[in-house]
Design a protein around this ligand. Structure first.
Ligand SMILES: Cc1cc2nc3c(=O)[nH]c(=O)nc-3n(C[C@H](O)[C@H](O)[C@H](O)COP(=O)(O)O)c2cc1C
Length: 732
C-alpha cells in the first residue's frame, strides 16, 4: 500500500475522533493517578509468597468472631470481611500474618468517580459506552497506521529506533514520541475496546461453570481449618479470593479463587470437590482491566499516564502538521498555464517542498515573471514557458512522492511547443540510502528528452536546508541572468551549536590568494573529513561553509581570500593561539566511502581540502587517484607536504595536476578527466566511487564528460552510478 493511503487513513481517523480523544486522554491522565495513589497506601506488610492460606485463616479466626471472606487485591493488599467480637460486620485491610486490622477501605474519591463515569460512558449509559468502545477501536487503527507510517519513515522496522530525520518541532516529535508511546497507546485502545465489547456481551462468557458437588457428609466436625493440609500448601500470593462456607454444615464448602483456577474445598476434610481453570476470556478480561487501568503496578500506571499525556501532544502536533500541509498545497491555475514563462513543478508528500516552491515563485514574481506552481502529476503543455524548475522530494526506496508518480509517463507523452531550460532540485535526506534518488531519475529523464536544456546541474538539498536553497538560487541566477532574491531566512534553519576553536597555524596567502589554516577544537566538537565548518559573521549573519580535512585531532581548511570577503579576510587575520567560534555541519554524504574498491577524487582550487583528510583515512590502501586543477605551479605548493605524505604512506596512488595559467600548460582538470574518461568509466563499472569537490562550473563540465563516457563505454547513464552512491559531490 502506498504511503499516502496510510497517511490519509491516519489523518481521517484522527480527524473523526480527535475531540473525543482529547476528552479520553484528559480523563485518562486523571484516572492514572488512582492506582498510583492506591499503591502508595501502607497495607503491604509482608511478601505474600511467604504466607500460606492456612496461616491467614488461623490468625483471622483467632482474632474475630467470624470470617466471611478473604480477598487479595491488585496491590497485594489483603482484605477480609469479618464479624468482630462485638458482632459488628466489617471490611478491613489486615496483616496476613497477625490478622491485625490495618485500616478500612475508603470509598472512591468523588473526582475519580466522576472521571470514571465520564471516561467510560460520557454519562450516556449504554449509548455512551458503545461510543467509547467504537472510538477505542478507531484509536487502535490510528495507532496501527501511525506505526506503519513511522516504520516507513525510518526506512524499515530494523531502523525504527535509528536517528530521526530533522524536521520542524511538531513533526519531529510526532515521530520521536510515536516510537515510544504508540505501543502503550495501542494497548490502552485495544483493552478499552475489549472491555466495551465485554460489557455488551459481544465476547464468549467469562464465567467458570462447576458441576454439582456432593460433599461427604459423614465427617469429623471438630477439625480446625488451619490444620487442613490443602490450606498449608496454598501460598497467599496465588489467592484472589476465598469465600468461607455459609454454614458449619458439611454441605457448605470453601470457594477459593486462585490466579489460574477456581476450586471448591470441603470445609472439614480439605478434599477438592471441584476444580475448574478459568476460561481464556476470563483471563483476557482480567489482563485487559489491569493493562487498561494500571491497577497493581505503579510503573505501568506511570507509563499509562505518560501515554495519555502524549496522546494530547499527538492531537496537537498532528493538527499542526495537517494545517501546514493545507497551507502549503497549491491549486492548479489552468489559465496561467498558457501564459506563464516560468513553471515550477513540485513533487511533495508532506508539503515542505511546496514551501520552497512558494518562495521561489515570490522571487520570480518580483522580477516581473509570470509563474505557475503545480504538482509534477499535473505536467502538461505550457504554451509560453521558457523555464522549468522542478523541486522534488524522494520517498520509500527512492520512489517519487504520490503527487509525482505520473510525471515520468507524462514526460514521454506531453510535447512542449517550445524548448525549455530546466533545473532540478532534489529534496531528500542523507539518512536514507537512496539520497534524492527520484530527483536523479527526473534529471536523467529530462536529459534524455529532446527539447530540454539544462541550466545548472541537479542540486540536492539535505534536510530542507534553507541556506543550500539560497545557494542554488545564486547559481541559477548566475546561469540565467535572472537575479533571484530569496529572503535571508525564509524557512527556519537550525543554527548549529557553536564550538570554540584555537588557531594552531596559518600560512600567508599564496599567489592566487589561497591560504591554509589549522584549527584545534577546545571542547568536544566532533567532525570528520568532508564535514563543513560553518561560520556566520556578525556583519550579515549569512553562513559560509568550509570543507574540513581532519588530520589527527586538528582540522585543516583551505581558504580563498576575496578582496571584500568578510569571512575570508577575517580568517586570514587570525594569528596562532587566537580563538574563533564556529559550528560543524555534518555532511555524511561526502565522507570516506568505506565500501569503495577504488576512489577517484576530482577537484579544483580549494576543493582539494577535504580530500587531504579523506585520503588519510585510506588505511586499507585501496587505489586512490586524485585529479586536481589550479592556476600556477605555486598554487599546488601549499598542499605538497600533505600530498607527499599521503603518497609515501601508500594511501594516494596517483596525482594528476592541470595548470591553467602556466606557460607551456593551459589545461583544466576537465581536460584530464576527458583524457582519462575511459579509465574512470571502467573503474566505475568495477565499483569505484568518484568524488567531486570544487567549483560548480567544473562540476558541470566533469559530469557532462563522464555522462558521455559512461553512455559510450558502458551504455549506462552516470545517474545510475549516482543512484548507487558511486558519485559524490560537494561543489559550490
Ligand atoms: C517515509 C520517508 C521516506 C523517505 N525516503 C527518502 C529517500 O529514500 N531518499 C531521500 O533522499 N529522502 C527520503 N526522505 C526524506 C524526504 O524526501 C525529505 O524529508 C523531503 O524534504 C520531504 O519533502 P516533502 O515534505 O515535500 O514531502 C524520506 C522521508 C520520509 C518521511
Amino acid at each position: 500500500m502506498t504511503i499516502s493511503i496510510w497517511r490519509y487513513s491516519h489523518l481521517l481517523l484522527a480527524l473523526s475522533t480527535g475531540l473525543f480523544l482529547i476528552l479520553a486522554s484528559i480523563t485518562g491522565i486523571i484516572l492514572a493517578f488512582e492506582p498510583i495513589q492506591g499503591a502508595l497506601k501502607p497495607y503491604n506488610m509482608v511478601a505474600l509468597s511467604e504466607v500460606t492460606l492456612a496461616e491467614t485463616i488461623g490468625t483471622l479466626q483467632a482474632e474475630y468472631e467470624e470470617v466471611l471472606s478473604i480477598e487479595v487485591d491488585a496491590n497485594d493488599f489483603v482484605l477480609a470481611d469479618v464479624l468482630t467480637n462485638d458482632g459488628e460486620g466489617k471490611r478491613l485491610y489486615i496483616h496476613p500474618k497477625t490478622g491485625e486490622s490495618l485500616g478500612e477501605p475508603s470509598p472512591q474519591h468523588p473526582i475519580f468517580q466522576f472521571t470514571t463515569n465520564l471516561h467510560r460512558s460520557l454519562f450516556l449509559k449504554s449509548a455512551g459506552r458503545f461510543f467509547v468502545g467504537l472510538v477505542s477501536f478507531l484509536l487502535c487503527l490510528i495507532t496501527i497506521t501511525g506505526l506503519v507510517l513511522i516504520v516507513k519513515r525510518q526506512g524499515g522496522i530494523s531502523k525504527l529506533f535509528s536517528k530521526v530525520q530533522k524536521d520542524y518541532f511538531e513533526l519531529r516529535y510526532h515521530v520521536i514520541l510515536g516510537r515510544l508511546f504508540l505501543v502503550p497507546i495501542l494497548i490502552l485502545a485495544a483493552t478499552g475496546a475489549f472491555l466495551s465489547a465485554e460489557k455488551f456481551s459481544l465476547l464468549p462468557s467469562t464465567l467458570v461453570v462447576h458441576e454439582r458437588v456432593n460433599p461427604d457428609l459423614d465427617v469429623d466436625e471438630s477439625v480446625r481449618l488451619q490444620e487442613l493440609d490443602i490450606f498449608k500448601t496454598i501460598s497467599l500470593a496465588d489467592v484472589r479470593n476465598v469465600n468461607f462456607p455459609f454454614t458449619p454444615f458439611p454441605e457448605d464448602y470453601f470457594e477459593v479463587a486462585l490466579n489460574d483456577k477456581e476450586i471448591y474445598i470441603h470445609q472439614y476434610t480439605g478434599e477438592i470437590l471441584s476444580e475448574k481453570p478459568y476460561p481464556f476470556t476470563f483471563l483476557a478480561s482480567k489482563l485487559s482491566l489491569t493493562l487498561h487501568t494500571g491497577q497493581g503496578s505503579m510503573l505501568w500506571s506511570l507509563v499509562l499516564l505518560l501515554a495519555s499525556s502524549s496522546l494530547l501532544f499527538f492531537i496537537y502536533s498532528g493538527f499542526v502538521m495537517w494545517r501546514k500541509r493545507i497551507q502549503n498545497s497549491v491549486k492548479f491555475d489552468h489559465k496561467n498555464a498558457d501564459v506563464c514563462s516560468h513553471v515550477i513543478l513540485v513533487g511533495s508528500e508532506t508539503g515542505t517542498t511546496f514551501g520552497f516552491a512558494k518562495l521561489l515563485e515570490k522571487a520570480l514574481n518580483k522580477l516581473g515573471k509570470e509563474v505557475l506552481v503545480c504538482q509534477l502529476n499535473e505536467y502538461k503543455t505550457f504554451k509560453k514557458a521558457e523555464h522549468l524548475i522542478i523541486l522534488t522530494a524522494t520517498y520509500g526506496e527512492g520512489d517519487p512522492p504520490t503527487n509525482a508518480r505520473k510525471f515520468m509517463d507524462l514526460l514521454e507523452t506531453v510535447q512542449q511547443p517550445n524548448p525549455l531550460k530546466y533545473a532540478v532540485i532534489g529534496f531528500g535526506s542523507t539518512l536514507y540510502p537512496n539520497y534524492c534518488k527520484y530527483a536523479i531519475d527526473v534529471e536523467k529523464g529530462l536529459a534524455a528528452t529532446s527539447g530540454f536544456e539544462q541550466t545548472i546541474p541537479l542540486y540536492k538539498i539535505d534536510n530542507q536546508f534553507y541556506d543550500a536553497f539560497r545557494e542554488w538560487a545564486i547559481q541559477w541566477s548566475k546561469a540565467t541572468g535572472e537575479h533571484l532574491e530569496l529572503p535571508a531566512m525564509g524557512i527556519k534553519n537550525k543554527i548549529p551549536k557553536l564550538h570554540e576553536f584555537e588557531v594552531v597555524s596559518k600560512i600567508e596567502p599564496n599567489r592566487d590568494d589561497t591560504f591554509l589554516i589549522r584549527l584545534k577544537a577546545k571542547g568536544n566538537a566532533k567532525f570528520q573529513s568532508g564535514d563543513l565548518l560553518e561560520y556566520r559573521p556578525t556583519e550579515d549573519g549569512i553562513p559560509r561553509w568550509f570543507s574540513i580535512a581532519k588530520l589527527g585531532q586538528e582540522m585543516l581548511l583551505s581558504i580563498k581570500k576575496h578582496e571584500f570577503g568578510i569571512v575570508s579576510n577575517y580568517l586570514d587575520s587570525l594569528k596562532p593561539l587566537e580563538n574563533l567560534k564556529a559550528g560543524i555541519k555534518a555532511n555524511p554524504h561526502f565522507h570516506f566511502p568505506k565500501k569503495a574498491k577504488e576512489i577517484i577524487c576530482i577537484s579544483n582550487g580549494t576543493g582539494i581540502a577535504p580530500f587531504l583528510g579523506i585520503i588519510a583515512e585510506n588505511n586499507r590502501k585501496i587505489p586512490i587517484h586524485m585529479y586536481w586543477g589550479g592556476r600556477y605551479k605555486t598554487s599546488l605548493e601549499i598542499y605538497t607536504p600533505y600530498l607527499e605524505h599521503l603518497k609515501s604512506a601508500g594511501k594516494l596512488k596517483t596525482l594528476e595536476v592541470a595548470l591553467s595559467r602556466t606557460e607551456g600548460s593551459n589545461t583544466y582538470v576537465q581536460d584530464l578527466v576527458k583524457r582519462d574518461s575511459q579509465f574512470i568509466s571502467k573503474s566505475l563499472k568495477n565499483g569505484a566511487v568518484v568524488m567531486i569537490c570544487g567549483a560548480l562550473r567544473m562540476q558541470k563540465d566533469v559530469l557532462e564528460i563522464l555522462e558521455k563516457s559512461t553512455l559510450e563505454h558502458l551504455a549506462t547513464s552516470l545517474c545510475d552510478f549516482e543512484a548507487k552512491g558511486q558519485l559524490k559531490m560537494d561543489c559550490y
